[in-house]
Design a protein around this ligand. Structure first.
Ligand code: PFF
Length: 455
């Protein structure tokens, strides 16, 4: 099977597609409001530590699994550990991708609404109250959000059926450079506003007393979500890597670029928000209420809003493609069907889930479980439970099930590239990453407090 499988056509294609998978709403929508509501720079510090010590080992392990097996997420575990229960890590990944797509495609749809509003000039002349009320009315409405979600799913569908090299790789090669250019232009605009330094200070000067267990779990969840790890997305993409792709280098480059984009998103948002006297703690609505409000107060406001929401839509699209591919590759290979049929099945599924998630935001009150609308529940369950658990088990799997010799051969392309920190990597995968993820997770579930209370 591996001989016939398509691969990405070039090294640049590998990097841009993988960065496209990692960089998304997580960097530009989720990261800033996480920083805003978790104490600013203190969160950023913990976040970077999570990327370095937990994210990178998990990422390399996923790339190893995908590149070695050339199979989809579930299939790769079946191949490396036939007849065992390890395949459930793969199923966890496919399910997580599907659930993330439920709310992610809805938020992606919102970005299109705002592109449209900026284009038609409807964001002009609104007060803060107007922005807040209009966002609430729009997101809790029935038809408009569903319409934009449908459009987003159709765009993704078209790219997916064009295939790995002609669809995913080609789209990433166009969209990622555009995304970087827009992001840098917006950072420069934000940094040249009066009072910009206050916002930078909030983002970059940590107050260590703000770090607590909830900040740590949120930072870990965000790191996993942002790097797209713990659920086999990178396993799927790495299954399309050619023989000469260097796993360590790819992991370091993707993690570095992803973190850079998140920090740049902070540099774009916080100085602008502080400059206009807006508190950064407004949560998930930060980029949909606060930012258009900030942009519209600047000269050529609608132009900046337009550029910003195009940026958000592009980032979202490259990630939605990668999530879609996780499920499509699974259906295509495990049920031996054509790419077109698999993609159609997945697209219809995402759209239906998207409708339910969208309606749960307000239009239909009953769509909540455990006190959370399905939209928030899927976000919580995937980022805070399924991804960290997936990451932990991937580390345990690679640490206990894969022979060190095989791991080293794969990491060094059969001895042709060096891996100076190989033993450190193995140590982190075996002992640090899995244990740390487990502890942070248990702590957040409240078990540590519970045990302490019993003692
Ligand atoms: N990493 C993406 C983001 O930051 O928006 C979200 C994501 C994509 C998560 C793909 C998981 C995934 F498999």
């Amino acid at each position: 099977m591996s001989a016939k499988r398509v691969t990405f056509g070039s090294k640049l294609g590998v990097i841009l597609a993988t960065v496209g998978c990692a960089v998304g709403l997580g960097n530009i929508w989720r990261f800033p409001y996480m920083v805003g509501s978790n104490g600013g720079a203190a969160f950023l510090l913990v976040y970077i530590l999570c990327i370095l010590f937990l994210g990178l080992p998990v990422m390399m392990s996923e790339l190893f699994i995908g590149k070695t097996t050339h199979r989809n997420t579930a299939g790769s575990f079946k191949e490396l550990a036939p007849g065992t229960k390890w395949k459930y890590i793969g199923y966890n990944g496919v399910l997580a991708a599907f659930l993330i797509l439920g709310f992610y495609s809805v938020v992606s749809g919102w970005t299109l609404e705002y592109v449209f509003q900026a284009l038609t000039g409807s964001l002009k002349g609104k007060s803060v109250a107007d922005f807040t009320n209009d966002f609430a009315a729009f997101s809790s409405g029935v038809w408009r959000p569903i319409f934009w979600t449908a459009l987003f799913v159709i765009a993704t569908h078209v790219i997916i059926i064009c295939g790995v090299d002609k669809g995913i790789e080609r789209a990433s090669k166009v969209m990622m450079p555009v995304l970087f250019i827009i992001l840098i232009a917006l950072c420069i605009r934000s940094l040249t506003l009066p009072n910009a330094l206050v916002g930078l200070d909030f983002l970059l000067r940590p107050q260590l007393d703000k770090i607590n267990s909830s900040v740590i779990l949120s930072a870990m969840g965000q790191a996993f979500f942002s790097l797209s790890i713990g659920m086999g997305c990178l396993i799927t993409y790495a299954s399309y890597f050619g023989k000469d792709v260097n796993i360590q280098q790819t992991a370091v480059e993707v993690a570095a670029l992803d973190t850079l984009v998140a920090i740049l998103a902070g540099v774009m948002i916080f100085p602008a928000a502080f400059s206009f006297g807006i508190e950064p703690t407004s949560g998930a609505s930060l980029v949909f209420i606060t930012l258009p409000n900030v942009f519209e107060q600047m000269p050529f406001g609608s132009l900046w809003s337009f550029v910003f929401f195009v940026l958000l839509a592009l980032a979202a699209l490259t990630s939605v493609i990668s999530l879609h591919e996780v499920v499509t590759a699974y259906v295509l290979e495990e049920y031996q069907t054509s790419r077109k049929k698999a993609a159609l099945f997945v697209s219809v599924g995402i759209f239906l889930l998207g409708i339910i998630c969208s309606l749960s935001v307000g239009a239909v009150k009953g769509l909540s479980f455990f006190g959370m609308p399905l939209f928030d529940l899927f976000d919580y369950v995937t980022a805070k439970i399924m991804l960290p658990l997936g990451g932990m088990f991937i580390c345990i799997f690679v640490g206990t099930h894969i022979q060190k010799r095989i791991l080293k051969e794969a990491m060094t392309n059969n001895g042709t590239v060096r891996f100076y920190f190989f033993n450190t990597y193995v140590f982190f995968v075996k002992y640090i990453a899995s244990v740390a993820i487990g502890l942070i997770f248990i702590n957040e579930l409240g078990w540590v407090d519970y045990i302490c209370a019993l003692l």
